[in-house]
Design a protein around this ligand. Structure first.
Ligand code: SIN
Length: 479
């Protein structure tokens, strides 16, 4: 591994900096061993970053889109050049299997490339006027200072998905990564420094006082927007804390994805999709399937083929390239997953495979049948490798089960009937629908949810709008 990419400090105003001598340990979730000690920034460094981002804002907004794009392109090239090292750092601190980590580096870079291009197309409008003497013009301008608060489950891509559109349109940025996975974020900042963003445009603050740092960002009048990926509870907190300054918010929050298998589905394809969408990152993504909903007539066939595919998954340290299921992020995550399984089995669920934590850091891929809507795992986001399977017998029943949740992020279903595909897709109350597809994430499409899964969209042409203000200009007295 390229040790030169391991840094331990925050990056503010173009300098590597700390709040003092205090450090915190970053550990490998596959074995609990310390990987590095990182300087623990807090409120002081957050204030410094706000000042620096604000100071740089005016100048950066005056760069042409093409000038900004060139620096973003350079950052993209550097991220791709360092794919192997970034992936190794990511696997070490997050446990993600190495092949998935490599995939995430490419996925993350794709947002930088996409928005480097898209920034040049942040068009306004000329609106046909309502009077002879006036002209109506709309321009779009950068919001200003943006704070990106990012999660541990995608330590790289959730940063680039927020930072690239912000920088592309002329906003400056303060990133607060999860304290479980700061090393990938710090390596990204190092590559951003090499790419040549002017001082203060790109700031990264690392620390364990997430509450204090988050509050400082929310309370500041200089921070104009917060983009957050994480739990619904923290999203709600950020929203209420931001109400005083009426900040704009993009919130990508929890999910409870249904995966419906209709009786006319291609079962082989459904199983392939089920494995991808349930067990990616050991079940620790916001769009992982939370509930399988399978028609009575194909329940046995789907379940037995799914079981076979699950039995082929290899669990272990993510650094082993043959591993598909890495550790869970923490002991707390293991306990939470255990409690879901316990609750389901106590209430009549039938264990089909798995169900146990292994060697302290891992949780077996698990399938539970005979589940019902009262169980905890039907209501809450599992965020672990547990697959509960419901039965249904009519389309209405499937839709009712699928929509019976406060969440509305991703959903999936399999059917060969085109009319059913349209109807079901329209009825699912979700921001994203995979139709005969279990892997839906891409930089070209709008990622985001409705209901308690949040607001705003990331990626695609829609993802750039969240970082722009609309200004209407009325030219009067035209002769
Ligand atoms: C997430 O889990 O928050 C993001 C998943 C993705 O981008 O595919």
């Amino acid at each position: 591994m390229n040790k030169n990419l391991i840094f331990r400090k925050s990056y503010v105003d173009g300098n590597w900096t700390t709040d003092g001598k205090k450090t915190f340990k970053v550990t490998n979730p596959a074995n609990g061993k310390t990987i590095a000690s990182v300087y623990d920034g807090g409120i002081k460094i957050t204030k410094k970053a706000i000042k620096s981002a604000n100071k740089a804002s005016n100048n950066w907004s005056k760069y042409t889109a093409k000038e900004r794009s060139k620096i973003l392109e350079k950052w993209n090239d550097l991220i791709l050049e360092y794919t192997e090292s970034l992936a190794e750092i990511m696997t070490l601190e997050s446990g993600k299997p190495i092949n998935e980590s490599k995939g995430e580096v490419e996925y993350g870079a794709s947002f930088v490339k996409w928005f480097a291009e898209e920034g040049k197309r942040a068009y306004g409008d000329v609106i046909p006027s309502h009077t002879k003497s006036q002209r109506v013009i709309v321009i779009k301008q950068p919001i200003g200072v943006v704070a990106a608060i990012t999660p541990w489950n995608f330590p790289l891509a959730m940063i680039t998905r927020k930072v690239a559109p912000a920088l592309a349109v002329g906003c400056t940025i303060i990133i607060k990564p999860a304290d479980e996975t700061p090393l990938t974020a710090i390596a990204l900042a190092h590559l951003a420094d090499k790419a040549g963003f002017p001082p203060g445009v790109f700031n990264l603050i690392v620390g364990t006082d997430s509450a204090g740092m988050g509050k400082t960002l929310c309370d500041s009048n200089l921070v104009k927007k917060i983009s957050f990926t994480g739990s619904t509870e923290i999203g709600q907190l950020l929203m209420s804390r931001s109400s005083k300054t009426l900040k704009k918010l993009s919130l990508e929050l929890g999910g409870n994805a249904p995966f419906i298998v209709f009786e006319d589905a291609d079962i082989e394809k459904a199983v392939e999709g089920a494995i991808l969408s349930k067990f990616r990152n050991s079940g620790q993504t916001c769009i992982c399937v939370n509930r399988f909903i399978v028609h009575n007539k194909v329940y046995d066939e789907f379940t037995s083929k799914f079981l076979l595919a699950v039995s082929e998954l290899k669990m272990g340290d993510g650094m082993d390239k043959n591993v598909n299921i890495g550790p869970l992020i923490s002991q707390e995550a293991i306990k939470k997953t255990e409690s879901f399984v316990k609750d389901a089995l106590k209430n009549g669920g039938k264990l089909i495979t798995g169900g146990n934590s292994i060697d302290k850091y891992f949780f077996e891929p698990t399938i539970i049948g005979n589940v019902n809507l009262e169980m905890k795992l039907a209501k809450e986001e599992i965020f672990g490798p547990v697959a509960p399977i419901f039965k249904f017998s009519s389309d209405k029943e499937a839709i009712d089960i699928a929509n019976d949740t406060i969440y509305g992020l991703a959903s999936y279903f399999y059917s060969k009937d085109i009319n059913r595909c349209w109807n079901i897709a329209e009825k699912l109350q979700y921001g994203m629908v995979g139709i005969n597809e279990g892997l839906i994430s891409t930089e070209v499409a709008p990622f985001g949810g409705i209901k308690s899964s949040g607001q705003g969209r990331e990626g695609s042409k829609y993802g750039i709008e969240d970082y722009l203000e609309i200004k209407y200009m009325c030219f009067g007295n035209i002769k």
